[in-house]
Design a protein around this ligand. Sequence first.
Ligand code: PMP
Ligand code: GLN
Length: 384
Amino acid sequence: LNRRLAEFGTTIFAEMSALAVKTGAINLGQGFPDTDGPEAVREAAVRALRDGRGNQYPPGPGVPELRTAIAEHQLARYALSYDPDREVLVTAGATEAIAASLLALVEPGDEVIALEPYYDSYAASIALAGGTRVPVTLLPAEGRFRLDLDELRDAVTDRARLLLLNTPHNPTGTVLTRAELTEIAKLAVERDLLVVTDEVYEHLVFDDAEHIPLASFPGMRERTVSIGSAGKTFSFTGWKVGWVTASPELVSAVRSAKQFLTYVSSGPFQYAVAEALALPASYFDDFRADLRAKRDLLSEGLTAAGFDVYRPAGTYFVTTDITPLGESDGFAFCRALPERAGVVAIPNAVFYDHRDAGAPFVRFAFCKKTSVLEEAVTRLKSLA
Ligand code: PMP
Ligand code: GLN
């Protein structure tokens, strides 16, 4: 393994899912739903396969039906207008969108600022691009992980090229507010930064939280690559259909990298996701309501079991602090948890450069059947 990748090893998700299989524990580690997405969308994929749509290489930017559906989604939801022919690119999940964006836009030695804790592929993709990552740590305050705007401002040096943002945020569940995004946008314009914004959990926001795309702020549309994914919104993580919306120049750059990574992907599934994006508003509302109830069930169960809980405003993850349980090392805690309580979780420290800052935090996923969450909560109570 070369020096760029040597520090990364195996992803925590593979390690923890393997541990769940080996011990028979309930897997609240890796974020994937245990119920597939809508029947109508699965049927659309079957129809595409049967009708021979997408069984051979689809067009490089993605099939026109899906690009149009993505553009219509951005317009209807956020009043953001993108030309499906020049400003939309379909990717092999958000993971490829992130990697291709960084490979396309970062010069070796450029600094890339990312909010820590960050989704694990960010660090590896920055490294593949030869960039230097500059983490800005989200700090817990008043029940939420908060971005310190002064710290963000201080992190921008003359070598800074790009800000890699994620809202709603995995693993903390923080949804950046309009006020925070306004300041981020001002900073990006002032310091002439490109922004890659990972918005894969855009539809998973609860209560009065609102997802506002960074691209909709003044001066941002032309400097922002926005990333979405069907995996999260429609519960088909195995299909690996993601997308990028940005200016023609940025989309063309990302596509230059993408064409040598996968060239194209997910042919028939692209047609199905085009139909999914056109589902009525009730689909999105019901999905959100279901997850909100699950968030509350798991958050309350974790509180009862003795954890400090950061109830998330978005995503399907809840971050906890294990300190009240007399624990301080999330890694050791998560490695022992399957034997101790029959549950698998993820130590947030893997998402930090400053591992000490993440040590006491542990993440649980709640995109699982209610009965599974109830059983997990019962098991976890044995820790109290
Ligand atoms: N970004 C974030 C923040 C994620 O949580 C995930 C999924 N775990 C991804 C990107 C990757 O999405 P996809 O499965 O579409 O590649
Ligand atoms: N995004 C999911 C998570 O954060 C997992 C994705 C993966 O396994 N690479 O848990």
